[in-house]
Design a protein around this ligand. Structure first.
Ligand code: NA7
Length: 576
């Protein structure tokens, strides 16, 4: 009854005046989830920290800030935890990182309690794992589901962020932490007639929660990125006919997944410290460490033998554990590109189809390398057709299927594996306003500018986990997420100890970091190629110009820099 009284009879502004700062929020504890106050009288709840998103980073940040004794509220669009693994339920979705290198490393108990069943876990198991984590650490009580944050504004005088949820609820906090995910905004093609299709259609990033049966169905897949490759190889198993609409092929490499037997499980659990240490030392925090040799310095025989070995090994070794110059030197890159081209030709029986599946506009590893299981063999099946839409573009979606410049195809199901508005997309969709009402979207109109990929000048107390220009954007992501979260937690602890109320980078620190990010990236071959790494998305107006979104200096260098900044009293930040 007390909750009902407060929520319905007290004017929100009065409530807000009485709000305590720090410790437990007033309303969070008294307004039950069942009570839905009338919009006009909704109280503005106040916390020490608000986190947007309950994926891997949001969950861990909540756990850490709770340990500091902060009142924290997480707002999450979905109705469950898990982020990427909550949304991407399409058949075939699974890790490309070794499972045991991907889980959280912060709790020995958790590491010992959880058994991964496969070397590269499939989405249902990963989502079960993240729910297990949420239960184990009792995270759900501070997470508000079905709550999309639409706006966030900084009040300079009072030093708080106020967020708005889609249904009109509001909340305030000293710290606003975005845990919105780098690939969380699915994008559909800009194509006429999408809504007219009479069959079923799905974007892989918004897959339904129930099963989708392809048996006896005529299925179309549009898109051949890492997602398209995973979904294609799965759908081809049961569809009556699968038609793949490919705009540009990618260089794919074998995943070589297998179950984890009891003995291997025991060994994995005994060697977690070494596994995580190995990840810490590698550029992208994978267990695969780049070979110190250069491709151009070894004999062709030695090079070929090394490539054969990598191709026969599971996971990203061929990308992350390859010669150290393949992603920076075009000559070195051509050697591995040619090697993979030969493999594709060897696996696809029809010569013309094989040629369509071979990228002509970029080298191996300069776009995200999809890992596959019999992907190329799918095109040897009689129930699979490949349409190259650069030759015969899609003109429109029609009620019965897809019309290209050459023909009309009938389908029961269309799957859009057309990717995401990467890295900045989730930020763009929240109206984030900093000092003087400046919007983040405007500030980043010509590309992101950040300090350490964690903070932005003009946006005090806004902390961006896995933000642009952060090492986590090019990483075995939970490894970098843990670093991000722990660094942010230490910063907040430091501020509390020293009684600082706000933190924001100096314009100079932001300029220097942004230039450093650009300088590092300019050495990488991926900057010469269109992909989501470079912020290109043909389906989003204004995202056709390449921009540097990733930090390409590697996680160890990034971590070292972050640690150095902290050790120097948070150099480059204005603490007040
Ligand atoms: P990606 O890698 O961005 O791939 C999207 C795919 O969809 C790619 O093949 C695109 O072709 C294609 N695409 C996009 N728009 C269209 C339109 N309008 N018409 C036809 N084809 C289109 O996204 P993924 O989901 O596969 O992977 C994203 C990341 O998630 C991945 O890297 C993993 O880290 C996890 P294009 O190549 O642009 O010509």
């Amino acid at each position: 009854m007390a909750a009902l009284t407060l929520a319905t009879l007290v004017h929100p502004e009065d409530l807000d005046e009485n709000r305590q700062v720090g410790g437990n929020p007033v309303m969070a504890n008294v307004v039950s989830e069942q009570v839905k106050p009338a919009a006009a009288y909704r109280p503005v709840r106040r916390y020490d920290a608000i986190i947007i998103g309950a994926g891997i980073s949001g969950m861990y940040q909540l756990y850490r800030l709770r340990q500091l004794g902060l009142s924290v509220r997480v707002f999450e669009t979905g109705d469950g935890v898990g982020g990427t693994w909550y949304w991407n339920r399409y058949p075939g979705a699974r890790f490309d990182s070794e499972s045991y290198s991907y889980g959280y490393s912060f709790s020995q108990e958790l590491l010992q309690e959880w058994d991964w069943s496969e070397h590269f876990s499939a989405q249902p198991e990963t989502l079960r794992y993240l729910n297990f984590v949420a239960d184990k650490f009792d995270l759900r009580r501070d997470i508000e589901f079905n709550s999309r944050v639409t706006a966030a504004a900084y009040d300079e005088a009072a030093n708080y962020w106020e967020i708005k949820i889609g249904d009109g609820r509001r909340a305030r906090a000293q710290f606003l932490i975005t845990a919105v995910g780098p690939l969380s905004m699915p994008t559909m093609p800009i194509c006429e007639g999408i809504d007219t299709f009479r069959g079923k259609s799905f974007h892989t990033g918004k897959w339904p929660h129930g099963p989708v049966d392809f048996t006896g169905q005529r299925v179309a897949v549009i898109g051949t990125g890492a997602t398209g490759v995973q979904v294609i190889q799965e759908v081809a198993k049961t569809a009556a006919h699968l038609t793949v609409f490919q705009r540009r092929p990618n260089y794919c490499a074998p995943l070589l997944n297998r179950p984890i037997d009891a003995e291997t499980q025991r060994k994995i659990k005994a060697s977690y410290p070494e596994i995580f240490e190995r990840c810490r030392e590698s550029h992208g925090c994978f267990i695969h460490k780049a070979d110190p040799r250069k491709a151009v310095e070894v004999s062709p025989e030695e090079r070929e033998a090394f490539y054969e070995k990598l191709y026969a090994e599971p996971g990203f070794g061929i990308w992350m554990g390859n010669f150290r110059d393949i992603l920076t030197d075009p000559v070195a890159n051509e050697t591995i590109s040619e090697f993979v081209r030969k493999k594709i030709r060897g696996r696809v029986k029809d010569r013309a189809i094989a040629e369509k599946l071979i990228p002509k506009d970029h080298g191996f590893g300069t776009r995200r390398v999809p890992l596959e299981t019999n992907y190329y063999e799918v095109y040897n099946q009689p129930n699979v057709t490949l349409i190259d839409i650069r030759e015969t573009p899609i003109q429109r979606i029609v009620p019965t299927g897809i019309m290209t410049s050459a023909a009309e195809y009938e389908f029961d199901i269309i799957i859009y594996a057309t990717g995401f508005d990467a890295i900045t997309g989730a930020f763009d969709r929240i109206d984030i306003r900093g000092v003087g009402g400046q919007t983040l979207k405007d500030k980043w109109a010509d590309g992101p500018r950040t300090y350490l990929g964690i903070q932005i000048e003009g946006f005090p107390n806004l902390l961006t986990l896995v933000g642009p220009h952060n090492a986590a954007t090019f990483c075995n992501i939970p490894r970098c997420i843990e670093q991000n979260v722990e660094w942010v937690t230490d910063l907040i602890r430091y501020m509390r100890d020293k009684t600082y109320k706000s933190v924001v980078p100096t314009p100079e620190a932001e300029r220097v970091w942004t230039e450093h990010v650009y300088e590092l990236a300019s050495r990488m071959l991926f900057t010469k190629v269109d992909s989501w790494f470079m912020g290109i998305n043909t389906n989003v107006p204004g995202k056709q110009k390449r921009t540097f979104l990733l930090y390409s200096g590697g996680a160890p260098a990034y971590r070292e820099k972050c640690d150095e900044v902290a050790a120097n009293g948070y150099e480059g930040f204005i603490l007040a």
